[in-house]
Ligand binder design. Structure first.
Ligand code: ZN
Ligand code: ZN
Length: 445
């Protein structure tokens, strides 16, 4: 079903190129909802950048001078310069790549350079440039176009901007791009570390989707099986060609693998739009990444988002498979739940002034509504859901083939951080995961 949505289509204007039929995602669904997505068109193709003038004329009727390109020095050379040449008269906002983060400082820098008459923003870059662009576009009430220069994250079509505001991580309402133009000739040439990070962000969907399914089983939380199927299919497609991404394979084959990866990453963003939140893309593995980003049990890390998710995925997969075995072998007892671990939360988050915020995030406590007997009765079915999660060996193999990071030491952390990470990471978001539910299960030998 999924990849059938990527079609070679000849449009009225006579162009033929690979595009995602976005309309197929906006429809009444068997889950009972009518999914709505905001992005109007997605093109993934080698040379897609040459179609920018035509594609933009479909969605924008203003003057070229009202178009501003936001990029950094690196992505200017990689793509934005060519884009500027194709839209004569467009303006360029060039940010310094070193130390560039999606924060109030970068927004200010961009706004200072941004032409006052801007009516359309083209984001040419990776995740950070996109978050800055979508934040500004939302503030100005204008559209933006996504031109990703690396297959590095799944957030290009996100509707929220993850920003750091005066030192605090915040999620701002923002706008989805109206159009995505992903040129394979550009994003396949990104530094490989960015691509590897995108692969890890994508593989993290395995545990995210398991968490969603388990939470649905335990609390009857809304789930859409169409969304899950779409994501799993795209994920499997990427896994089947994962070694082509950096292997010594014919160019065509390699570019095809890059397109699959970009497609799957964009689809993950579409899944979030369909559901209206990040549930289909973010579970316990992302909570681990978020915890480390808060820098309360570790020093600042020099690691990309996907790299932290990668290690989170390994930790979560190991934990889940171990618990699955324990459930099947009866090597567990149910634990009486006594509420949040206030002591450890205060000790950990207090020194940075984040304790109150953590209590707020955990109100209501998602474990409070769980009936321990009902939950115990569901454990065999949870084990069945976990059977669908690839084994730790398989995940390890995939990450190895793709050249992704896997262990805490790969990003400068020590082993002893793992138990603490497992205990505390479920608290960083008010979202039920199996990791959070493990607080109700005690392993016995
Ligand atoms: Zn649905
Ligand atoms: Zn992610």
């Amino acid at each position: 079903m999924t990849v059938a949505n990527v079609t070679k289509s000849d449009r009225q204007k006579g162009r033929g190129f690979m595009k995602i039929d976005v309309k197929s995602f906006s429809a009444p669904c068997q889950c009972g909802r009518e999914h709505k997505i905001h992005v109007k068109e997605i093109v993934i193709e080698a040379g897609a950048i040459n179609k920018i003038p035509e594609l933009i004329s479909d969605i924008f009727t203003g003057k070229p001078e009202e178009i501003s390109i936001i990029c950094d020095d690196n992505t200017y050379t990689a793509a934005a310069e060519a884009v500027k040449d194709m839209i004569q008269g467009s303006k360029v906002v060039k940010l310094p790549p070193k130390g560039l983060h999606a924060d109030n400082h970068a927004v200010k820098l961009a706004e200072e350079q941004l032409d006052g008459n801007t009516k359309l923003i083209l984001a040419v870059g990776s995740g950070t440039i996109h978050d800055i662009s979508r934040y500004i576009a939302n503030k100005k009430g204008i559209h933006f176009v996504s031109i990703p220069t690396a297959a590095s994250v799944d957030g290009f079509v996100s509707t929220v901007a993850a920003m750091t505001w005066n030192g605090f991580k915040k999620t701002f309402p923002a706008v989805s791009p109206i159009l995505v133009i992903a040129d394979t000739n550009i994003f396949s040439k990104a530094p490989y570390r960015l691509t590897a990070s995108g692969i890890s962000d994508l593989l993290g969907k395995y545990t995210a989707l398991a968490d969603w399914e388990i939470s649905h089983l335990v609390t009857d939380e809304y789930i859409c099986s169409k969304v899950c199927d779409l994501e799993l299919k795209a994920l499997d497609e990427v896994c089947s060609c994962i070694s082509d991404l950096r292997g010594d394979v014919p160019k065509d084959k390699q570019l095809k693998a890059y397109e699959q990866l970009m497609y799957a990453l964009l689809l993950s963003g579409i899944a979030m739009q369909m559901v209206g939140n990040s549930r289909p893309a973010s579970g316990a593995e992302h909570h681990i990444s978020h915890l480390w980003e808060m820098e309360v049990i570790n020093k600042p890390l020099d690691a990309y988002h996907g790299e932290k998710v990668s290690i989170g995925l390994m930790i979560v997969a190991e934990t889940y498979h171990m618990l699955k075995e324990a459930i099947r072998n009866g090597q567990y007892e149910m634990e009486n739940y006594n509420g949040l671990d206030y002591m450890e939360l205060k000790e950990t988050f207090g020194p940075k002034g984040l304790y109150e915020g953590m209590l707020e995030e955990n109100t209501p406590d998602p474990l409070e509504q769980i009936d321990i007997m009902d939950f115990e009765n569901l454990l065999p079915r949870i084990a069945d859901i976990l059977d669908k999660l690839p084994s730790v060996d398989r995940i390890n193999e995939l990450l190895t083939m793709a050249g992704c990071v896997k262990y805490v030491r790969d990003i400068g952390l020590e082993e002893h951080i793992i138990p603490k990470t497992i205990r505390l990471s479920p608290y960083v978001r008010n979202r039920l995961t199996f990791m959070r539910l493990t607080k109700l299960i005690k392993l016995i030998d």
